[in-house]
Design a protein around this ligand. Sequence first.
Ligand code: EPZ
Length: 417
Amino acid sequence: MRKIIVTGGNRLTGEISISGAKNAVLPILAATVIGANESTIFNVPELRDVEVMERILLSLGCNVKKMDKMIWVDSKPLNNHKIPEDLVREMRSSIILMGAMLSRCGEVIISYPGGCEIGPRPIDMHLKALRELGAEIEESHGFIYCKANELKGCEIQLDYPSVGATENIMLAAVKAKGTTVIRNAAREPEIIDLQSYLNKAGAKINGAGTSVIIIDGVDKLNNVTHNTMPDRIVAGTYMIASAITEGEVVVKNIIIDHLQAVIAKLREAGCLIYNDNNSLKIIGPKQINSIEMIQTLPYPGFPTDMQAQMMALLSIANGTSIISETVFENRFKHAEELTRMGANIKIFGKVAVIKGVKELTGAKTAAKDLRGGACLILAGLAARGVTEVENMYHIERGYENFHVELRELGADIKKID
Ligand code: EPZ
């Protein structure tokens, strides 16, 4: 069982360059099957989730080549429409292949992704929208059977701005007959990146980043090259690594606009943040200020994927902070692990009350999900003594060489196989 050992107390200094965004490259890799074309994607992060998506593409018959941070996919030879069950279990976001496969070949069989550590993760909005576009969908024995002789554009009103549902609809609508309008669409930047990739391939999509996305169906897609946007959540995580260690770190290769909500809250917590055009410097304060209320919301609100990391920071603030997790049902599992390190956190449903303590102490902890794992490592950077974080595979899903990068910034951290 691989785990991380971190000895707290070191101040992080130096600079870190941010890799491509996991949550942009995953839907883009799914989209490569639509066009029976060649896609060359740059700035791809080396992550377990990306490897899983590559294995899915290979299992569908695509040619896939990976060189350093570039992936080349030729989806012309695609000859299978059954997504391997074990791979769907490993990465539930492979559900966005439904829309892409329906666009490509009008048929897909995929196992029900099921819940994960942060909640039941239903896909009712995905299925409702795909049916409105003309797909016949049957769910039985844990599998979803989708067929569509023809996908017809239509107006779709999402009950909630679901990122995955928005992406699935976009992928299904790319070659549908006529125009599809998605209202109450998710506005995450990763959706803008997906639109950019698809339009470069010849799709006709407008509005990504706003609540109304319009897709005019086209007949074919051409070969395409794309450079993935930087990962705003990885950037925010390193910002908190600096904040929690009274550090001074320059975070490079970012899009400042994607981080406004995180910057605002870290300034409230007492950090000094100096923005440049595609980088920022963040200096952590001697004493972290508590924050009256952080509410996680769909973009551009405070990102739910930064909630756990923020909780680590606030656990040593000078007062009581409140975090309201409005996006996922059960995303506080890291709180009990922080408590083992001496944090004073009480959970009331989807609200966490964090009473700052003077210091955390190192302890044996276990990552329960991707961002919760990052949270525990951040807490370990500031804790007195040694912290162990087990279940490192969670962290490797979303962070490239996390412990190596932190060590380069001055952390006393190592991985034990
Ligand atoms: C994406 O998940 C991200 N994953 C998540 O990042 C991120 O936390 C989330 O968006 C919100 O920003 C990827 O992009 C691969 P949603 P997704 O559909 O698409 C409910 C990370 O750490 N819902 O916007 O699954 C759902 O249960 C991961 O990188 C329905 O009820 O998120 C949740 O409560 C974690 N029915 C809420 O909506 C549906 O049909 C938001 O989910 C779909 C969603």
